[in-house]
Design a protein around this ligand. Structure first.
Ligand code: SF4
Length: 306
């Protein structure tokens, strides 16, 4: 678990969030996983392995000021997208390599390929999964865009099967369900579903002000959703727009670090990590461990894509 040690502000686990692809089988109206379809790094296994080696050398094996400054014990590589499972066998290879190189692993997925893949999920390569699930109602999921071109959309029953499958193959896995609360689902009652699934965490996030205005909701409506599901013994963790901050390192599909630029207009990118190395790439985005630490909060996977 990622948390703040209140005594010295050290963190237990550093999370590196790799948006490995922007390709996705769904088309959510609130999706902001857009990088203009660049030549994504995962197309070369050699580049993948080089990136993981670079990250492991710096963050796991190395003795950087960053490591002593943050004081973490473990490093978790979180694969997000797009839909990371669209990479098929490459996705599994990344997880296996990451484990071999000493990372904890997690993914954010829309769950489709957890139940619709011809490939078996390798055993014990995943420490945590976040599955995005916004509605038990097909017409609502369709209106949000959580549906593929053939009309497939992860239902509540599919979600149960997907989670059950991972619990059976990934020893000790922590399961999370992420729900983006928006104009189309804020009145929905998830209490019996979440009560039955008993995830480690149910993260509810207020939709971000991207894209479709129809989906935006007021803080009041978001709070109503949270209150309606509170006090029921559910593992609910709520994040409103005002509380969302970045608390992890982010890598884009090209293998560059990125972060919000200081003047809040878009992102600031480093050069390719494989070309210039981790230290110099971090310096290029003006990465500051102290600022990072001050933003670090007791939460873990914090992305809403997938
Ligand atoms: S939010 Fe996630 S599932 Fe939806 S289109 Fe974006 S990447 Fe795909």
């Amino acid at each position: 678990m990622t948390f703040i040690n209140e005594e010295n502000k050290n963190i237990k686990e550093l999370v590196i969030n790799w948006h490995i692809t922007e390709v996705c089988n769904y088309d959510c109206k609130y999706c902001f996983a857009k990088w203009g379809r660049p030549k994504e790094l995962h197309r070369s296994l050699e580049e993948i392995e080089k990136l993981l080696d670079n990250l492991a050398s710096y963050f796991i094996k190395g003795h950087s000021p960053l490591k002593s400054g943050l004081g973490y014990d473990t490093v978790r590589l979180n694969l997000a997208g797009g839909e990371p499972m669209m990479l098929g066998s490459t996705f599994f290879i990344v997880l296996m390599l990451a484990k071999q190189k000493g990372f904890k692993t997690s993914i954010i997925t829309n769950g489709h390929y957890l139940i619709n893949s011809r490939l078996d999920f390798p055993k014990n390569v995943l420490d945590m999964v976040g599955i995005s699930f916004d509605s038990q109602d097909l017409s609502t999921r369709k209106a949000i865009g959580r549906i593929d071109r053939k009309g497939n959309s992860l239902s509540a029953d599919d979600l149960k099967i997907a989670l059950g499958g991972l619990i059976g193959t990934q020893k000790g896995i922590k399961t999370k369900i992420n729900t983006v609360v928006n104009g189309l689902n804020y009145e929905e009652d998830f209490s019996s579903l979440i009560g039955e699934l008993k995830p480690y965490k149910w993260k509810v996030l207020q939709v971000m002000p991207y894209g479709d205005d129809e989906l935006l909701i007021s803080d009041d409506k978001f709070n109503q959703f949270v209150e309606r599901h509170s006090g029921l013994g559910l593992p609910i963790f709520a994040e409103s727009n005002s509380t969302m901050t970045e608390s992890y390192l982010m890598i884009d599909p090209l293998g560059r670090f990125y972060q919000n630029s200081k003047n809040a207009s878009g992102y600031q990118y480093s050069d390719s990590i494989n070309q210039c190395g981790v230290e110099s790439a971090l310096a290029q985005i003006a990465f500051n461990p102290k600022t990072f630490l001050s933003r670090y909060r007791p939460i873990d996977i914090d992305v809403i894509e997938s």
